[in-house]
Design a protein around this ligand. Sequence first.
Ligand code: FDA
Length: 584
Amino acid sequence: MADIETDVLIVGTGPAGSATAALLSSYGVANMVVNRYRWLADTPRAHITNQRAMEVLRDLGPEVEGEAMMHASPQEIMGENVFCESLAGEEIGRMKSWGTHPLSKAEHLLSSPCFMNDLPQTFMEPILFKTACSRGTQPRMSTEYLRHEQDGDGVTTTCRDRLSNTEFTVRSKFLVGADGGNSLVAEQLGLPFEGKMGVGGSMNILFRADLSKYVAHRPSVLYWVMQPGADVGGIGMGLVRMVRPWNEWLIVWGYDINQPPPDVTPAFATEVARQLIGDPTLEIELLRANTWTVNNCFATHLQKDRVFIMGDAAHRHPPSNGLGSNTSIQDGFNLAWKLAKVVKGQAGMGLLDSYSAERAPVARQIVTRANQSIAEFGPIFEALGMDGGVDHEKIQRNMEARCDATPAAEAQREALRKAIAFKKYEFDAHGVEMNQRYRSSAILTDGQEEPAFPADAELHYAPTTWPGARLPHVWVFDRAGGKLSTLDLCGRGEFTLLTGIGGEAWVAAAEAVGRELGLPIRTHVIGPRRAVEDHTGDWARASEIRDAGCLLVRPDHHVAWRSPTLAADPAAELRRVLKSILAR
Ligand code: FDA
């Protein structure tokens, strides 16, 4: 007999675990989270928060999205990505990033009701965790996961209470390993991984200092410092990252992974800060220093029967592109509704297989992208003459040669401009963030062909209602004239059916089939004199179906199935589709 019982036990209160707990509690599923530490993240590791992750927070409620925005640095001050010799020294180049270039900004505005922002992990985690606990999650801090055993009906997990040094067991229907890059859950499951851990070493130096005079005129979250000798290990150069504008900062500095991690003393940290900022007398208030390793590794399968892994447990990669926490939250959005449907008896266990089928390709994609982004700094080093060699004077001469009036220097300037512009694949890769299209048993295309991406799929989001894609966002209006995103019509743990004038038979069918399957299905008819109106015509253009067709949207905003027109027997169609998707 286990000491404690719950439906879902989650190991880890990072972005993945806290988001999953918040979603499960919002869906009314009993759950418990454990964290081996006393509290949440104590360093502001993740910060770039993309639109898709913000859509998850919006789904949790306007107060959750609102609180995040209240604490976040807004998108407008994120984007002057600077490459320089030091913050006080010469600027080498700059690129508009994170959706702040006017063309990119338009794409962001058209794609989502939410805004990209900079929200340090020290703010994001408490928001998610508080949402979870206030809605029913049972938290157990200072509690370490040790091991689990699963059988046909559930999972028995052994944990250690670190305060009393006693062990206890938890019996749950499901176990989620959101236990980070050194996941014990993943290790014990023996899940298959590709790639390598520990490919580079980095240190974080967190400090306070007012740097306004160096940065306020070129506001950015990232200032890349390129100095001779900076290209050691880690991310390849010195990074001065804004944590709070403009008086709290995190320096990320590489160290040689083949050597033991350095002891980052206050004197050493001050020295590095002075060097990168270019002010030999700068005084910093050192808040924290620690080292971490750069990984290039992902699981190719994310579950074993009743046990799942998510977040960094499944994908381990450098911070490039700012994908880690975002993807972790999105993993939770994918899995939580599926667990809820199975726990509530609305779906069969087969639905859960779609989690790995849908999210393992994302794990592969983001780890590959993040590591490629590191490699893509190479041409910048090359253009500056910084590639290889330890002769600092020679490197300095190479860097300065770009200012000469010679054909070689002109070629060097051109190469540098090109190399910096190419970094849009790291700093403005909207497609990487938004283009996830799923293929699994929880999606039915009925043979409809996937539309091609009209532009580079890593850089540009391509909206479509092809089943598997995320429902496109457009603004629609309620009868009082209030503006709603199409995403606001959906989500919150339930399936939604969207149709138009002439599609009322779908609504009746959804009600009947929903009753039959014990599954609430929300419905909306969009059109003139209906509860939701499309004054701009944007929905008619985005929906890719006729007015009397329908879209069936999953709780995570992805289109599950669509019918271009009214079917002869809408109830039979919906029954077929839902039974297949829900493994009933
Ligand atoms: P995470 O590691 O955050 O949490 C794991 C949890 O499991 C913790 O609560 C831990 O205590 C707990 N745990 C582990 N083992 C346990 C056990 N045995 N028992 C109980 N509890 C256990 N990402 C991003 O999206 N945008 C960005 O801009 C950045 N930037 C960034 C900069 C830097 C410098 C770093 C190092 C990282 C980033 N990231 C990022 C990445 C981001 O920090 C990372 O991807 C997320 O924290 C992953 O969240 P998880 O919840 O998966 O794991």
